[in-house]
Design a protein around this ligand. Structure first.
Ligand SMILES: [Zn+2]
Length: 290
């Protein structure tokens, strides 16, 4: 049973699609230095790093927010039945994600907003499901909110090639066609307590999503970071970060902002509880799971 976090009057819980050993460190981080893992062994082993396999443990999950008026999902995992030959972990899945959502008290009809930090395969997959051979919106009453820069990028040639081929067509286009998509540019308020903040780099239109209620703050960080070690090495990009300098600047912004505001950071892929606090001392940062 996942714990429920409270940010002001908003209840937040994680619903997990999958969790397990993922990438080898020297693949995920081109600048990998094994001594950093040794320095932070207590934080990383065994929850976030599988020593037997020599791989990071990754979680793929959605964050479910219940506000006074709305049920909101942040990032929608990889989805079932998707054709992802270049991404074996996400290829032709058949996972009970909707059952787990139901266990968390959420029916597809009850979801008011689905917000995607970006449009990679593991962040927008459950936007749609396969019904009688067609991709249809999984959440029939939801508004799906994306950044316009992200939409512009993936609706072009980038959406048809490489490891993201097909994602736009099967997981984004159907919700555009159903009239359920809302594209936002720059800083934008969503509902009464969320705000999109552009954090380009990992992908061109990546956003962090800030939440504020009753004096409490949170940031949903998407793929600005993949593993806790990046708190200690904010200069480490993942192999999937498209614009290296922008990605580093966005990571630094996130860490500074989270430390200054005492925000709870809700990550997209950290294992353990997936959420934590950033503590700053001078030019360095520290991570505590909550
Ligand atoms: Zn991701």
């Amino acid at each position: 049973m996942t714990e429920i976090h409270a940010i002001g009057n908003i209840a937040i819980r994680r619903v997990t699609e999958m969790r397990g050993p993922g990438f080898a460190p020297d693949f995920l981080f081109p600048d990998w230095d094994p001594s950093v893992l040794q320095q932070h062994r207590k934080l990383m082993v065994p929850d976030c790093f599988d020593e037997a396999q020599g791989r990071f443990v990754a979680s793929i999950h959605t964050w479910v927010l219940k506000t006074r008026h709305h049920t909101i999902l942040i990032d929608s995992c990889a989805g079932n039945d998707k054709e992802r030959p270049a991404l074996p972990r996400f290829h032709q899945l058949n996972l009970p994600f909707l059952d787990r959502l139901a266990e968390a008290g959420v029916s597809p009809e009850a979801v008011d907003y689905v917000c995607c930090t970006h449009l990679h395969a593991d962040h927008c997959g459950w936007n749609t499901r396969l019904l009688n051979g067609r991709w249809v919106p999984t959440f029939p009453n939801a508004k799906y909110v994306f950044s316009k820069a992200e939409y512009d990028h993936w609706s072009g040639p980038a959406g048809k090639e490489g490891f993201t081929a097909g994602v736009f067509e099967d997981s984004v286009l159907p919700v555009i066609q159903s009239g359920q998509a809302e594209l936002v540019g720059g800083e934008a308020a969503i509902g009464d307590s969320l705000r999109f903040h552009p954090t380009p780099g990992h992908s061109p239109g990546h956003v962090a999503i800030e939440l504020s209620d009753g004096g409490d703050k949170a940031i949903f960080s998407g793929d600005i970071m993949h593993q806790p070690l990046q708190v200690y090495r904010p200069d480490w990009n993942s192999a999937f970060c498209e614009h290296k300098e922008h990605a580093r600047a966005s990571r630094r912004w996130l860490l500074e902002r989270a430390a200054e505001d005492r925000s709870t950071v809700f990550t997209a892929h950290f294992a353990n509880t997936s959420a934590g606090h950033v503590i700053r001392s001078g030019d360095r940062f520290d991570w505590r799971f909550v």
